[in-house]
Design a protein around this ligand. Structure first.
Ligand code: SF4
Length: 201
């Protein structure tokens, strides 16, 4: 496919924005890899807060993730525990200090610039970026990491009186409303959503 000068300029702008955002992250006490891990743990559901899922989401090696998590634990931002579902795996969680750090994420500066530049009309930009993300995931054979609403295993409003409003048929686990909006390593897009990467976030 021929590439127009406008598309090339857009790619160059994204590249420069990304570099400037990384610079703002370095101005804080955390490096970019540590910020990425904190953001993931703030967005992932309880089945996905593991070192392996984090490595998959960031397309990083287990060794890199292990070092990043060790630094975050040493700073008191992340805690780990043996998994209640599988004793061989580890569950990760943000500590109260980690949650506080996410609330002052330097990425909010970029979000504010988007808010101002789009004047409240972000939908077209978000859809365009999502499409680009889907393409990149497909090229790299990565996992989509979408949320429950687009997943073929999601059973919404399962039955009146159940202890949670929703259910995951794959993991046979109850899902709260908040769970259903979090990103998930196991998400598989429904057929009507058009493929594995369709719900990528
Ligand atoms: S319904 Fe799908 S996205 Fe939701 S928890 Fe289950 S596997 Fe994950």
């Amino acid at each position: 496919m021929p590439i127009s000068s406008a598309s090339l300029e857009a790619a160059q702008i994204l590249d420069r924005l990304e570099r400037l955002a990384r610079r703002e992250e370095h101005a804080n006490r955390l490096n970019p890899a540590q910020w990425e891990a904190l953001r993931y743990l703030a967005r992932a559901n309880r089945f996905s807060r593991t070192p392996a899922a984090l490595a998959e989401y960031l397309a990083a090696t287990r060794g890199t993730i292990s070092r990043t998590l060790a630094s975050l634990e040493a700073k008191g931002l992340v805690a780990r525990d043996a998994s209640a579902r599988d004793g061989r795996s580890i569950d990760l969680a943000l500590t109260a200090e980690g949650q506080s750090a996410v609330r002052s994420d330097p990425l909010l500066v970029l979000a504010a610039d988007i808010e101002a530049a789009t004047r409240g009309n972000q939908a077209a930009l978000v859809e365009c970026l999502r499409q680009m993300l889907r393409n990149a995931i497909a090229r790299n054979a990565g996992r989509a990491f979408g949320a429950c609403s687009g997943c073929r295993h999601f059973r919404p409003q399962r039955r009146p009186g159940a202890r949670a409003p929703h259910h995951c048929a794959l993991l046979d686990q109850p899902l709260s409303e908040a769970d259903s909006h979090a990103i998930c390593v196991e998400m598989e897009a429904r057929a009507d959503r058009g493929g594995a990467a369709a719900e990528a976030r």
